[in-house]
Ligand binder design. Structure first.
Ligand code: 5RP
Length: 235
């Protein structure tokens, strides 16, 4: 089974968590795109869904498929968020931000009752930072100092750049991204998250600790594994 088929299967299972009339936050990336297509099939015209997107790309896709996307409101709370991830640890901590949308994704995840993550099987890792780098969104002005500070901490920061133009990749918020490569991965994601957030110029990190409630994993045999956060029931 191709990786894209695994993503599509997991994404469909994640999209099945959404009920008509719910308030839904949508993540970003290729797996989320499969979930958006599945939602558009299940809810033609939107069926009273109230959707906020984590990126311009997600908003474009969802609206092109007839799903109603609106702006964030003052008292927003979401029933469910459907998203992908770059890595999933056994504790259900995640690495996200491969698609540069980590700030808005985490912002929305914090406002959501049930964060549902869809991944292919290669995203399951024993330790974060071993399959994918840990991205952080930073204020461009602070870049030179942050690179120095993060290099001192052996995190091997690398500015994310467009492979064709070499220009820094900018997020939807107009900021830059540094990808961190900890040599032996991240031993304690919560601690690293805390340390990184304390550095002036760091806006957000791609470490998602304690946010995911339900993970769907597309497997090579064509089945989907459901992994639940302790305390979450399988219904
Ligand atoms: C975007 C993300 C994505 O969810 C993550 O990069 C996974 O992407 P894909 O589904 O394309 O593998 O965090 O910021």
């Amino acid at each position: 089974m191709e990786i894209d088929e695994e993503k599509a299967l997991a994404a469909r299972a994640a999209a099945n968590r959404v009920r008509a009339g719910q308030r839904v936050a949508l993540g970003t990336g290729s797996t989320t795109s499969f979930a958006i297509r599945a939602l558009a099939e299940r809810f033609p015209g939107g069926d009273n869904l109230s959707i906020v997107a984590s990126s311009a790309a997600t908003e474009r896709l969802a609206t092109s498929l007839g799903l109603p996307v609106r702006a964030l409101e003052a008292n927003d709370h979401f029933d469910v968020m459907v998203d992908g991830a770059d890595e999933v640890a056994p504790t259900l901590s995640l690495t996200k931000g491969g698609g540069a949308a980590l700030f808005r994704e985490k912002f929305l995840a914090r406002l959501t009752s049930e964060v549902v993550i869809a991944v292919d099987h290669t995203k399951l890792v024993p330790r974060l930072g071993t399959r994918a780098p840990i991205p952080i969104e930073i204020v461009p002005f602070a870049r030179i100092r942050l690179i120095h500070q993060l290099s001192d901490r052996a995190l091997s920061p690398r500015l994310r750049a467009d492979p064709t133009t070499g220009a820094p990749v900018l997020t939807d918020n107009g900021n830059e991204l540094l990808d961190l490569f900890p040599e032996r991965g991240v031993e304690d994601p919560a601690r690293l998250e805390h340390e990184l957030r304390a550095l002036p110029g760091v806006i957000e990190t791609g470490l998602f600790v304690g946010l995911a409630r339900r993970i769907y994993v597309g497997l090579p045999d064509g089945t989907v594994q459901e992994i639940l956060h302790p305390g979450v029931t399988s219904s």
